[in-house]
Design a binder for this molecule. Sequence first.
Ligand code: N01
Length: 552
Amino acid sequence: MSALPSISGKDLETYDVVVVGAGFAGMYMLHRLRGQGLTVRVYEQGGDVGGTWYWNRYPGARCDVESMQYSYSFSDELQREWNWSERYAPQPEILRYANHVADRFGLRPDIALNTRVDGAVFDENTNTWSVTTSDGRIVTAKFVVLATGCLSNARLPDIKGLSDFKGKVYHTGHWPHEPVDFTGLRVGVIGTGSSAIQSVPVIAEQAHHLTVFQRTANFSIPAHNTELTAEERDAFRKNYPEIRRFAREEARNGIYAELPDRGALDDGDNARRARFEQRWAKGGLTFMLAYNNLILDKTANDTAAGFVREKIAEIVQDPETAKRLQPDDHPIGSKRICVDTEYYATFNRPNVTLVDIKSDPIDEILSNAVRTRAKNHEIDALVLATGFDAMTGSVARIDIRGRRSQTLNQKWAEGPRTFLGLMSEGFPNLFIITGPGSPSVLSNMIVSIEQHVDWITDAIAWMRDRGLEAMEASREAEDQWVAHVNEVAHATLYPQANSWYMGANIPGKPRIFMPYIGGVGVYRRICNEVAAKEYEGFVMTTKERAKKMVAS
Ligand code: N01
């Protein structure tokens, strides 16, 4: 396939497609589009490829999906030649993998690093986008693909006095590239989400004293991480065709696992406990697959939550600390379940203190301490594990203007609106990878990324074959999809938690359940059907129609 006819512009760089972000989504998007003969430029604000794995370098960072599954499937050679060393690879290894992919597929020449995309404006006369970058360039492209990641906009908490603190302040999502040594220091960690739960045990081993400031206790399941043997890797590879097929087509979350055949209340107490024990011993995210109704039925959910609370009480020696660590304000799994190595046991260490900031709130940060209502907690370094402006945050930082100069931020002021999570009405030829309204963060991200990239590549090829100028979600299809996403979410227990899925961690952010919870298999079938019906629900602009629109 030859390149799309690029618009002429003597002074402008023009591309068929601009891709924003060189994480796992942006890299695969580049690879696929180049394979179609298109000209592509990728802009990446980081100093190298890898996206979330470039930024999240905090101690203990590792994936919570097994690496043999959290890896690209598009190249059989790649999945056979790369040897994951552990069941859940640590961040440096995942970043090495991202770099290996960039080199192996020769992606680097088309990626501009250290370059942020600041704005993108759609020109209705030419049906092209003008993209402004942080190095002062304006480039034009027929299509823009936002591969900006769902958890890339690190969020600093609004705590009085934060800027007065004299020691070093770190955010887990923006960790320095040089080694950080906490040896001999008194360290404070604010937050107890996945990032804190992974980093606390490692920081505790180094620090003289560690104080963990917890607002909401979280459910965490042991990872039981181990080294992978050559035999284990081979067994996976042998079964890869079925493992990958199942993850794409049948799993709700894009992970190959044994699916439950019954609900939690179908078993008696002893059988249920035995099953939870079995899942606990296996470890990881699939604990929630012990039964098929844990996230649908509160009584069923209570049995799993109660089991984990008992485990916490068994592990943590001090009953008061154990009680504070037991979550009691949200159903298990309604916030992203955490996967840990020795998190709860870390609170048995003499150098670790847990402060419950719900009952003893942080009043302010002083030059050398976190001052809660009850006392000053003296610290030398502060770690903010306070999360992200998820799913929409990194998109909102780009000034995106579609038809009639409407900005995407204006359009999404009451919450994100998309058709299939892929496009938003009024913003033609602008695709989002794993955007709000798609399974995205509720799934194995690489499975969802590959599905979106393949779908977008096919859509662009289809348009090109028919000489189409622009593609855009219709208002009607978008309205119906938004209603469907909400309806499905509210049939589950997810909206009962104040989670970042709901935008609840950002003051003022609309409370809307952002990802699509219908499952990756179901969602893939819907996307495929839409494509098979000639992109039903999308409005296509022909050259003739474009001319008429400009003339009128
Ligand atoms: O962020 P979070 P995260 N004062 O938002 C607390 C993925 N991830 O970086 O719950 C005090 O979950 C906040 O408290 P509360 C994964 O999808 C994956 O840990 O709002 N506390 C919470 O405890 C994950 O879900 C891996 O009451 C404040 C914490 O900070 C997502 O990233 C590893 C506060 C934030 O938790 C985000 O995880 C790590 C304040 N002002 C992360 N503001 C993998 O393994 C916030 N908090 C792949």
